[in-house]
Write a protein that binds this ligand. Structure first.
Ligand SMILES: Nc1ncnc2c1ncn2[C@@H]1O[C@H](COP(=O)(O)OP(=O)(O)OP(=O)(O)O)[C@@H](O)[C@H]1O
Length: 609
């Protein structure tokens, strides 16, 4: 912030000069009033009194005008600086590592880029000009009071110990209280967002009561802490009022004594009391602004926290080491996150960047807070350009391994490499989103510079002809309140088309083919075959049919690899995969619609990661 203000040094100097001039001119009014009192008491001529009166009016008008102008200039300067800060924060937020976003919760980041920016913005545009004006007024008024009569200035200092005590007590507690308030508000927001996102699941499991109770508990905690904040402020203001009372009483009593001894004139005593009274406002503003400053520093700390978390700009990081950053701005569960290397995007010939080998060496992983390892000592080699299917019962670790390969999260032990620092990995998760906007907008998320012809070609290549039918097309608005709703299968079809546009060398797909609508299982299967061509792909295969068509199959159980090989080899080995396949084919023989989940226990798709 200070660095950004430094960029406008000349503007800042001019602003401070205008404010200084305004304050200095305004401060001539008490001595002018004192001179009028003396002129009246000494029965001076009407001409002198009129001249003094005219001077008073002129000083008031010019002082007020300059102070107003200086304030406007300062607000403009601060707003320009804050606009830059907002851009920095937003830029950093969209580059946050995906697992950082997931572990801190999206509402925390949202509250940082909205509530916290707002707190800083309010303080900077409201409090900062006031504080600057107040500080100038205090310095010049105390100087004026000392020039008028140092004894009266000393008398006024009686109020300082009261203000000191009040401020120290306030500062000692307020940082903690305001920090708590913002944190509690953010967890309350998180509960609401989670409940809205998981509304279907909550209804299905009839846990509305538990969620409401949790929300009520969090709200009560936030309100109780807000009450503490109000109490703290009230006590602080009470002490400030007492300080003003004691100080003014001391100045008036000293003036009375000095006047009695003829040491000062009535005009000087009047000017001193006016000067002191004039200090009330700026001192009050300065000390009560501490309130805003405290809230702003809490907000600023959280904003800087966001910019510190984000990886620095520069060459695209290797997602395995540095986590895959998000490319789309909003939701946490953005399905296709990793950026596309420029060469790949520009060249866009499949295989332009040679698909690298993937090596998984001794990888173990435990979710934060979990007691059981989700993955144990996994060793895998996936040759470049081949497609590997991960199969296994629900909870065996397929999604966890897929996400680690995609660079979302780091293994606790072991390492995963995908070529020597080559390009990025592209993840399509179970939660594919339709973003508000046209079909073209939704596709260009993967490659912003794609032409309409390229978008159309990609749709045709993945067999998404339904998207180009009359009444639809690239300009059709999808998602949002005015958009055409799309079924899950079609949304996934578009996600697969995006893969083609992004053209990543490594592709990770988790549950990419839930069929529905015009995008049937067969159509999606063909699209999948097309998008995995010429890349190294890892597919979480929930239906064994998908696994059969892959080059290599890896069977997981309890976080460990129990079998691996081609479909034919695994059938010949007559092990666990072979019996799963038998069970699967028997079952599909008895059904008209294809396939159950390989997750034999619970095939749920609303599991949260
Ligand atoms: N966010 C999480 N926090 C804690 N534990 C988790 C989390 N996600 C998954 N797990 C646990 O890690 C283990 C592996 O889960 P994972 O989702 O990788 O299995 P999966 O084989 O993909 O299952 P499914 O077929 O149901 O998607 C399971 O025991 C699961 O309960």
């Amino acid at each position: 912030m200070v660095q950004r203000l430094g960029l406008h040094r000349k503007r800042l100097t001019l602003t401070l000069l205008v404010l200084l001039a305004g304050t200095a001119i305004t401060l001539t009014t008490p001595p002018l009033l004192g001179a009028i009192v003396d002129a009246v008491a000494g029965q001076a001529g009407r001409g002198r009194i009129t001249a003094l009166g005219a001077g008073l009016v002129a000083a008031t008008l010019v002082g007020a005008g300059l102070t107003y102008l200086g304030g406007r200039m300062l607000v403009g300067l601060v707003q320009d600086t804050l606009a830059g800060l907002r851009e920095d924060v937003f830029d950093a937020a969209v580059r946050l590592p995906a697992d950082t976003l997931e572990s801190s919760g999206s509402s925390d980041v949202v509250s940082r880029v909205t509530g916290d920016v707002e707190a800083v913005s309010e303080a900077a545009s409201g409090a900062l000009p006031q504080i600057t004006g107040a500080a100038l007024t205090i310095v010049l008024t105390v100087a004026g009071l000392a020039v008028l009569d140092p004894r009266l200035a000393l008398a006024g200092l009686v109020c300082v110990p009261f203000q000191w005590h009040a401020t120290r007590r306030f500062l000692a507690r307020s940082h903690e209280v305001y920090g708590d308030i913002r944190r509690l508000e953010s967890t309350r927001g998180q509960t609401v967002i989670e409940a809205v996102r998981g509304a279907e699941t909550i209804r299905a499991y009839r846990t509305q009561g538990t969620h409401l109770a949790e929300l009520a508990g969090r709200s009560e905690k936030a309100i109780a802490r807000q009450r503490d904040g109000v109490r703290l402020r009230n006590r602080f203001y009470g002490w400030l009022n007492a300080a003003e009372f004691v100080g003014l009483a001391a100045v008036l009593a000293t003036g009375y004594v000095l006047l009695g001894r003829d040491a000062i004139t009535l005009g000087t005593a009047t000017a001193a009391a006016l000067y002191f009274h004039r200090l009330f406002d700026p001192v009050g503003v300065l000390l009560t602004s501490l309130d805003d400053i405290q809230r702003a520093t809490v907000g600023l700390a959280r904003l800087v926290g966001v910019t510190d978390l984000a990886p620095p700009h520069g060459p695209a990081p290797d997602p395995v080491r540095d986590h895959a950053p998000l490319t789309a701005p909003a939701p946490v569960s953005v399905p296709d996150p990793a950026p596309v290397p420029r060469e790949a995007a520009a060249g866009r010939t499949p295989g332009h960047v040679p698909p690298p080998d993937i090596a998984v060496t001794g990888v173990s992983y435990t979710y934060p807070g979990a007691t059981r390892q989700a993955l144990r000592d996994i060793d895998l080699t996936i040759p470049g350009g081949t497609t590997v299917a991960l199969v296994g019962a629900s909870g065996s670790g397929k999604s966890t391994l897929a996400r680690l390969v995609a660079g979302v999260g780091r293994p606790d032990r072991g390492r995963i490499t995908a070529g020597a620092g080559t390009g990025s990995r592209y993840l399509v998760t179970q939660e594919v989103h339709l973003f508000g906007g046209t079909l073209a907008d939704n596709l260009r998320l993967a490659r912003p510079d794609a032409t309409d012809t390229e978008l159309t070609a990609a749709l045709k290549e993945t067999g998404a002809h339904w998207a180009l039918e009359p009444g639809r097309g690239l300009g059709a608005v999808l998602g949002g309140p005015d958009g055409t709703p799309l079924d899950d299968g079609s949304v996934q079809h578009l996600a697969l088309t995006r893969v083609l546009l992004a053209d990543p060398p490594v592709l990770v797909l988790d549950e990419p083919t839930a069929e529905s609508g015009p995008a049937t299982g067969a159509v999606l299967g063909e699209a999948l075959a097309r998008v995995t061509r010429d890349r190294t792909s890892v597919i979480v295969a929930h239906r064994l049919e998908q696994a059969r068509d892959c080059d290599h199959i890896v069977l997981l159980r309890d976080g460990q690899v129990t079998e691996q090989g081609t479909h034919t080899a695994l059938l010949a080995a007559a092990g666990e995969y072979a019996s799963l396949w038998r069970a699967y084919t028997n079952e599909t023989d008895h059904r008209t619609a294809p396939g159950p989940s390989t997750g034999a226990v619970t095939p749920g798709t609303d599991k949260e990661h």
